[in-house]
Design a protein around this ligand. Sequence first.
Ligand code: 2HG
Ligand code: ZN
Length: 454
Amino acid sequence: MEPDPLATRLSAVVGDAHVLTDPSLRASHESDFTGRWVGRSRLVVRPADTAQVAEVMRSCHAAGVPIVPQGGNTGLVGGSVPDPSGTEVVLSTRRLTALGPIDVAARRVTVGAGVPLAAVRRHVASRELEFGVDLASRDSATLGGMIATNAGGERVVRYGTTRANVVGVEAVLADGSVLDRLAGLPKDNTGYDLTGLLVGSEGTLAVITRARLALVPHLPRRVTALLALDSLDAAVSLLTDLRRLESLELVEFFTADGLALVLDKSGLPAPFRTTHPVYLLVECAGRRGPAEELADALEKAPAREVAVARTASDSRRLAAYRERHTESLNAAGIPLKLDVTVPLADLPAFAAELPALLAGRATPYLFGHLAEGNVHVNLLDVAPDDEEAVTEAVLGRVAAAGGSISAEHGIGRAKSRHLHLTRSAADIAVMRSVKAALDPDHLLSPHTLFPDRD
Ligand code: 2HG
Ligand code: ZN
């Protein structure tokens, strides 16, 4: 068979070893880790620096070849996986791994897009600093992917989403031109905020190659507690009290069904002797006294049982009950994932109405980030023919209550048809104009965000 001329061209840019044409080498780049999104690429290319990314983009642009940028491939909405056509090039950013020096005075660091979150956290820990965003997939999720999807995660209640923690980016546009907004100055009112535009653009506008991150001081004292509660109502009302704590860093929830699944699939011992309807994982951190602050708040809390972690390993043990939900669900089947935001006051009613909305067509598991009303609705046992109707029922209910059809995972390919539920026609028209201006040939992540070209 004739060699693919694009592969030959790209090999000259990045080296033979970094253009993957063999199906067995491409496979891990062509499906997500749930197995829901499986495609086929023309090839996978792995550039090592910004100049190589630019050259790859120029070559694909000249040939009219679509590109799907991919970081750690931990996304859950099909945005980092090629479609089944075999025409798209996957551009992996995993070799963009430079870790810049830490600017302690400015509390900033510049990192390559392919650096995993855990590596950034280790790098800055040497200077008693932290990156404010943390996620269960910290070992694989890369900063570039997190920025492209504006990842949220577990500490949004204190530090905000990725958007609030990224001050500058460098990115390559579809035609190969390089946008350098890395300086990320704290005061710089010189026109449109292009960094802000690229954060959350899901690979549709540019390939992010480097980022300048804002860092926060490491807080030496930390306490984690697992609380067993009567109901989601109790959880929401307790949140009001917890929010008064200056040291509050994390408030995650899950339910009896989710915990049972995690125990079954992970083999972890149960946290309490009996089961309870709802569990809250709470973490506080500070320079002094977070444990006392939390203990005071919990004295008045209507908790049925409380487990408090006294050491870092105990704390990881408690966090595992929440963090191992995703892998436990995967072990049980291919879940239909509907990551939504529900206004907090509506959250208990939403959960109560869900069985009627699903009408026996799915087995639901609810867990997520309580403070933001971010519910990870995971549905197992959905017949393929019911997927669309079930998705519409849940997302329609969320939209009607003023929530969001994607809290933190993005729209990707999974929800592009539903974007209109929570973005107006005027919003979508502006987004399409931006897309047309930056990527007129519609070559970047062509199936993400917009279901069709026009
Ligand atoms: C989490 O919060 C992630 O653990 C994944 O956002 C959620 O698996 C999911 O639905
Ligand atoms: Zn989440």
